[in-house]
Design a protein around this ligand. Structure first.
Ligand SMILES: Nc1nc2c(ncn2[C@@H]2O[C@H](COP(=O)(O)OP(=O)(O)OP(=O)(O)O)[C@@H](O)[C@H]2O)c(=O)[nH]1
Ligand SMILES: [Mg+2]
Length: 610
């Protein structure tokens, strides 16, 4: 059952995307177009339309555009070919819309409008649509049909004159993008001039096919002047054109001067254009150009992903340089905390020691000897003693020196923990800043060429918009976990040590008080065997250390330092996350690579096509 579904899918896929065409040029181009349109390429509708038009253009005439500065005589020249004054001419700029000249058995005009409608009408209507002043309704394109044999194999295009500013370009005209050859019509007065050369340069993309430079209005010059100008123009313009000639449309109009006009050279050039080669070259060029658009898009995307990848590389380096010093600070802090605990213990034990006093004491004991039965003797001695309550009151209630001092230490500890947290937060903020900058830069990225893929761009925008989700969230969670662990350890230190000093004092006092009393009991029983217990300063200090849990914390601060572990874990996790994010970016880059390889296999095949 599942095999059936799979087979159906493969069948449907092959039918749509792996269809094989014949080995002709057209067939090979169709195969490459299909290949370009693989689903993972996400081609835009406009791009697909271009591909379809390109395939379709292989079956149509080649397009030859007449281009030049205004009033150079383009429309006059075409009227000569049309053998009728179809196109309006004049000394002021006249032609404003590209006009297409096609073959038909009769003269007529077809006007296509922006709204998709069209009309077929008489040629005389043309000026109403080309002349800006007379324009009736905005025409999309104008098509003249004429019974001229030349038009059977080529479609000629009359174009608006270039402005005198010389950087004016017709390359933006969509209608002229599918031009297989051009006739550059130059006023003979401008031949070889820098201004004319600048105009040629501005329109170079249109000159990629066959091109002829035609110097018009040669009737204005003497044969000598013409010879000089031709020589000069050839030296400057030859590199741009296949051929350069001089003609006179004015002379061509008259039967007796037709031969002199050299118009036949132009016709000869047009008639000899090799449609097959021109179409093939044009198609290959155009396909290369289309592939270049995808390649450019890929490069743009690749740069974006690489930028992101670089951010993480920088972050990794940043953490590495920061972490060494930070970990040293933590080790220092561990020692500092322990020192503070010891200093509290030291102070408490000194105070306790100062409260161990001596007093007179006595006890009665039965006298030794046969006749001394029932006779009790009073023994007097000096005993150590400690009044726990008095000492405690004196230390913490009658004077607030210790309390004040311990509070200060507690505040310092709180501040140190706050600083650790701030440092960890600073680490995450560093990444956050860069990720947000990345998001701001690319989350609204738009196509810079209408043919680029809508799907790819919208996916990229969605990807950049989700930057926080993809690239920050985990780091923030890691930070929160470290905060939690820090809080926990702080609480423990706080409860068991830093806020526990009163309790530890009480316990130590009662401990020594009890010990002294016990020693007195034994002493009174047998003073020769037992001695009185005088607590030493050192003993008291040790006791306070125990009651304040300092030994436990010594292990948690030095042997297996909790703080260092928390920070190390934070850094390790951050590094793991960086690795995972880089991997994620790599999957995106690999998708691009797939497209890149696909395109390069197509461009390679294009070069080898025959
Ligand atoms: N002396 C002379 N005048 C010419 C020749 N060819 C064209 N003209 C004149 O030059 C002027 C401009 O001719 P057009 O054919 O309108 O020029 P165009 O290049 O189509 O001009 P735009 O459409 O405005 O760009 C007209 O007055 C023509 O009669 C020529 O060979 N010799
Ligand atoms: Mg014109």
């Amino acid at each position: 059952m599942q095999i059936d579904i799979l087979n159906n899918f493969i069948h449907a896929y092959e039918k749509t995307f792996a269809f094989n065409f014949d080995a002709s040029f057209q067939g090979q181009i169709k195969t490459l177009c299909k290949k370009l349109n693989e689903p993972f390429m996400h081609l835009s509708q406009k791009f697909n339309k271009e591909l379809n038009e390109l395939v379709f253009s292989l079956e149509k005439n080649i397009n030859v555009a007449i281009i030049g500065q205004f009033s150079s005589g383009k429309s006059t020249l075409l009227n000569l070919i049309l053998q009728k004054e179809c196109l309006p001419t004049g000394i002021v700029p006249v032609t404003f819309k590209p006009t297409f000249l096609h073959y038909a058995k009769e003269y007529f005009l077809r006007i296509e409008f922006e709204d998709g409608s069209d009309i077929i009408t008489d040629i005389s209507e043309l000026e109403n649509y080309t002349d800006q002043r007379k324009r009736k309704k905005e025409a999309k394109s104008l098509h003249i049909f004429a019974p001229v044999t030349l038009l059977k194999k080529i479609t000629l295009i009359d174009t608006p004159g270039l402005n005198a500013n010389n950087t004016d370009t017709l390359t933006t005209f969509k209608e002229l993008q599918n031009t297989h050859a051009i006739v550059w019509l130059s006023l003979i007065d401008n031949a070889g001039k820098k201004s004319e050369e600048d105009a040629i340069k501005a329109n170079l993309p249109l000159l990629s096919g066959a091109s002829i430079c035609v110097l018009n209005q040669k009737d204005k010059l003497s044969p000598n002047e013409l010879e000089n100008i031709l020589q000069y123009a050839k030296s400057v313009f030859s590199k741009y054109f296949t051929k350069l000639i001089a003609i006179s449309c004015k002379e061509a109009k008259e039967k007796q001067s037709y031969e002199k006009s050299n118009f036949h050279s132009l016709l000869d050039f047009l008639q000899k254009l090799d449609e097959k080669i021109l179409k093939q070259n044009f198609t290959q060029r155009k396909m290369q150009h289309l592939c270049q658009i995808i390649e450019d898009e890929n490069t743009l995307f690749k740069n974006i992903f690489e930028k992101l990848e670089q951010e993480f590389q920088n972050y990794e380096n940043f953490l590495e340089t920061q972490s060494k010093q930070f970990l040293q600070q933590i080790v220092f802090l561990n020692h500092q905390i322990l020192e503070q605990l010891k200093s509290i213990s030291e102070k408490i034990s000194s105070e306790i020691f100062s409260f161990i006093k001596e007093k007179d004491a006595s006890f009665y004991k039965e006298a030794q000897g046969l006749f001394k039965k029932n006779l009790y003797i009073k023994y007097q001695y000096k005993t150590p003693y400690i009044s726990s309550d008095d000492a405690f009151l004196a230390m913490f209630y009658n004077s607030n020196t210790l309390t004040k001092e311990f509070k200060k230490i507690k505040n310092e500890l709180e501040l140190s923990f706050k600083e650790i947290k701030e440092k960890l937060e600073y680490f995450v903020q560093h990444l956050q800043k860069n990720i947000l900058l990345f998001k701001a830069e690319f989350s609204n990225i738009q196509k810079d060429n209408e043919l680029q893929s809508d799907v790819n761009f919208s996916e990229l925008r969605a990807f950049c918009n989700a930057s926080e989700e993809h690239f920050l969230k985990d780091f923030k969670e890691n930070l929160l976990q470290s905060f939690l662990q820090l809080d926990l350890f702080f609480e423990k230190l706080h409860l068991k040590a830093f806020s526990n000093y009163e309790n530890a004092t009480k316990l130590s006092l009662s401990f020594f008080s009890r010990k002294i009393n016990e020693s007195r009991d034994f002493y009174e029983l047998d003073s020769s065997q037992f001695s009185l217990f005088y607590p030493k300063k050192n003993e008291i200090y040790e006791r306070v250390l125990t009651e304040l849990n300092v030994y436990e914390f010594e292990s948690l601060l030095l042997d297996k330092p909790v703080l260092s572990k928390i920070v190390l874990e934070f850094l390790e996790k951050s590094n793991n996350l960086i690795g995972r994010k880089k991997q994620f970016i790599l999957t995106k880059k690999n998708e691009l690579k797939k497209r890149e390889q696909h395109i390069s296999s197509i461009t390679q095949a294009l070069k080898e096509i025959q």
